[in-house]
Write a protein of this length. Structure first.
Length: 580
């Protein structure tokens, strides 16, 4: 399954971490390598711009942080970790309890604020949101594969994971969480948003300030984007046509974020005078036309009634205002800060949680996940979830016999837990999905067993999209019940339209049934949502054949069930994400 990859650098400081950021048990500063000591800021004509500072910082920052990540004398999960539960979030953190609890309360209030600002009900969130907040760089780098992102969002069919670093200098960790959570909410509104709007709106909403008796969003950001020094490097036509910026230079990435924020800020602002144009309904029209399949240029002209050059001038005039109004909501009209439940996690529970996080990061991190789950099981051998996680870590290393043995033991330990049935079924499905094993005489029997466990998971968790997706893919692979496969996959896809691979599977089932009109609708949706160029081209090829009324050959389903053995390559979407 292909997911957007995000790794540009944002909000980097101009020198290495200050001494107060060092873990207390690390080596004293005089023992650190010389390149980890603070360096003098190098200035140039553009050095005040965050993007230019980032270019000077990166070669110094990463060696410094990687060194600090290795300086611990005790395992990180042995430190004190807490779990904070609110009505919509679970926060797992090694930060101080009061800070974590306050952050959880503010996140609940932010969710209510977004609901109020949007003016429309949010679509129900199909899976829980789990947030990992790291209090120091050592723990963050140890469990995020040395990523250079300040935070990232990893949506799956089981849960939405937000992973947040301690932040750098004046970058507020909760603003990173707000930014990523906006992306998650947008992804589940059944509307495909262009990248510039997705990123610009996340920046616009994530800067929350209490002003008098109001909470305000849409202010000039306090860091990251200097509204008065945005370098207009990208023409508006290119900005609105961009899907990925992963391979861009840092300065150009910063320009993309700055211009996206500025454009959204203008298009959502109230007119400054009675004769000014209100662009808000035009923006809604533009997004609606894009989702109806109109080309970008056609949608732009029909919605805004002007050209890109004129709209750019309007945006730049908007930024010249002494004060950007933003959007304010009276605090009295928002729900009070939510009550939270918090508890200190035992070390084995922390190991299991960090194992789940590490498991998301792919095959290269599977050995670490295996170690963490084994630590958890050494204390709690009856923990079915930890044993199922161990089974997946073993399967990622292609140790299938061991994986199946552990998965079966997890089911025996906790037969009423849906996820253990899902994980056993996923491993069985993955074995038959392996091209080298697809013709194995036991393959059909394994698929039958997988179907049985997916059926049990649907009975135990009838609203879980992961259970329905697995059931649908297994029925499709057995080629016995296309209608049932379509029903289960459609249920999962309705709750996870950010996974166009499921839409492609549905389209191929429609084609197998000769239902070309439904196949065309599904393929059009895949083309609109796919971030993978390969998947988009495949959908476009099938659409072209349908439009030309060409007899299509039987098209095999992709044999990969989302999240079976291999998670999506680079599937995380980062805090400065180019098109998640």
């Amino acid at each position: 399954m292909d997911m957007p990859i995000e790794s540009p650098i944002r909000h980097l400081p101009s020198h290495c971490l200050p001494s107060h950021c060092l873990p207390s048990h690390c080596l004293p500063s005089h023992c650190l390598p010389s390149h980890c000591l603070p360096i003098r800021r190098v200035r140039s004509k553009r050095s005040d711009h965050p993007s230019d500072r980032a270019r000077h910082t990166l070669p110094w920052l990463l060696p410094c942080l990687l060194f600090l990540a290795g300086c611990r004398t005790t395992t990180i999960e042995q430190h004190e970790w807490r779990q904070i539960d609110t009505p919509h979030f679970t926060l797992i953190s090694n930060a101080r309890g009061t800070e974590s609890a306050q952050l959880a309360r503010e996140l609940e209030r932010f969710r209510a604020l977004v609901l109020r600002v949007s003016g429309t009900p949010l679509a129900p969130e199909p899976v829980p949101t789990r947030i990992f907040l790291f209090a120091d760089w050592g723990s963050y780098f140890a469990y995020t594969a040395g990523t250079n992102m300040l935070g990232f969002n990893y949506p799956t069919l089981r849960a939405n994971y937000l992973v947040i670093s301690p932040g750098v200098y004046h970058t507020d960790p909760k603003r990173i969480i707000f930014h990523e959570y906006v992306h998650y909410l947008l992804r589940h509104q059944r509307t495909r948003y262009p990248t510039w709007f997705d990123e610009g709106l996340a920046e616009f909403l994530s800067d929350v300030r209490e002003v008098g008796d109001e909470l305000r969003v849409g202010n000039i950001p306090r860091e990251g984007i200097n509204a008065h020094a945005i370098q207009w490097r990208i023409p508006l036509r290119e900005l609105m046509a961009t899907d990925f910026v992963l391979d861009w230079r840092p300065a150009r990435i910063a320009a993309f974020y700055g211009q996206s924020w500025a454009t959204v800020s203008y298009l959502l602002s109230q007119p400054v005078s009675t004769d000014a144009i209100d662009r808000r309904p035009q923006l809604a029209t533009y997004l609606r036309l894009l989702n109806a399949g109109e080309p970008r240029a056609t949608a732009f002209e029909a919605a805004f009634g002007t050209n890109e050059a004129e709209l750019t001038r309007e945006v730049r005039r908007h930024l010249q205002r002494r004060r950007l109004p933003g959007i304010g909501v009276p605090i009295a009209e928002l729900p009070p800060l939510a009550d939270v439940r918090h508890r200190v996690l035992a070390s084995h529970a922390v190991a299991a949680e960090l194992g789940e996080l590490t498991l998301l990061q792919g095959q290269q991190r599977a050995p670490l996940a295996e170690q963490l789950f084994n630590r958890a099981l050494a204390v709690q051998p009856a923990d079915g979830a930890a044993r199922a996680g161990l089974a997946l870590a073993l399967a990622q290393q292609q140790r299938y016999e061991e994986a199946l043995a552990q998965a079966k033991r997890a089911v025996a330990n906790t037969p009423t837990l849906a996820r253990v049935h899902i994980d056993l079924a996923k491993i069985l499905f993955g074995l038959c999905g392996d091209a080298a094993r697809a013709t194995h005489p036991d393959c059909r029997r394994m698929l039958e067993v997988a179907r049985t466990h997916f059926e049990q998971s649907v009975a135990l968790a009838p609203h879980a999209p992961e259970a329905h997706a697995g059931m649908g893919m297994t029925l499709a692979q057995l080629q016995e019940d296309h209608a049932g496969a379509i029903e289960h996959l459609s249920y999962a896809y309705d709750l996870s339209q950010w996974l166009p691979q499921i839409g492609m599977a549905i389209a191929k089932l429609y084609l197998a049934e000769g239902r070309q009109a439904e196949a065309r609708t599904s393929l059009t949706h895949v083309v609109r949502w796919a971030k993978s160029e390969q998947l988009r081209r495949e959908a476009e090829s099938l659409l072209a054949s349908l439009q030309a009324d060409v007899q299509l050959p039987a098209t095999p389903l992709r044999r990969d069930l989302p999240g079976v053995v291999e998670p999506p390559t680079g599937g995380a979407t980062g805090a400065s994400r180019p098109g998640s």
